[in-house]
Write a protein that binds this ligand. Structure first.
Ligand SMILES: [Zn+2]
Length: 145
C-alpha cells in the first residue's frame, strides 16, 4: 500500500528519489536516475576543470623596425627590446588560446547531454508517476499480479 500523492510529491521535489518509495518494482529506474545525476554533475564541473588547465596564454612580439617576430610563454616579462636588432620599437600582442570548454561544438554537446540527464533524473519520474494509475500505489507491490 502506497499513496500516489506521496509518490508525486517525491517526484516533483526529489526527481528520481521517488523510485525509492516503490523500490521493489522500480529499483532499476533508481539506478538509471543515480547514473544520470552523476553524469549531470560531471557535466557541470567538467568545463570548469578543463578551463583551469587549458587557459594557455602566449605573447606574440613583433619588431616594427626589422620585422622579426618571436613568441613567449605566459608568465615571463614582455621583452623591451628586439632580440635581433636591439630596437625598442616593438609591439607585443597577447594571444589567449581558446579553452576546450568554450568550443561551440563541445558546449552544444554538453547542453544536449545535460538535457538528456535532466530528463532521466527528473522529468521522467514526474511524468511516469503522474501517468500511473492510483491502483498501482493502492495495490503496491501486487499491482498487475
Ligand atoms: Zn628588430
Amino acid at each position: 500500500m502506497r499513496s500516489k500523492t506521496a509518490a508525486m510529491l517525491l517526484a516533483v521535489f526529489f526527481g528520481y528519489w521517488t523510485w525509492v518509495y516503490t523500490f521493489c518494482l522500480d529499483w532499476w529506474k533508481f539506478v538509471v536516475g543515480v547514473i544520470s545525476a552523476v553524469l549531470t554533475f560531471a557535466l557541470l564541473i567538467l568545463p570548469a576543470v578543463l578551463s583551469m588547465s587549458g587557459d594557455a596564454e602566449t605573447k606574440l612580439t613583433e619588431c616594427l623596425d626589422c620585422g622579426q617576430r618571436w613568441q613567449d610563454d605566459a608568465g615571463g616579462d614582455a621583452p623591451s627590446v628586439c632580440q635581433a636588432c636591439g630596437s625598442a620599437n616593438i609591439r607585443v600582442t597577447q594571444v589567449t588560446e581558446s579553452e576546450p570548454g568554450r568550443s561551440p561544438l563541445l558546449r552544444t554537446l554538453a547542453l544536449v547531454c545535460f538535457a538528456g540527464t535532466f530528463c532521466c533524473s527528473w522529468l521522467w519520474p514526474v511524468i511516469h508517476t503522474a501517468l500511473r494509475p492510483s491502483a498501482f500505489y493502492a495495490d503496491y507491490p501486487l499491482y498487475g499480479k
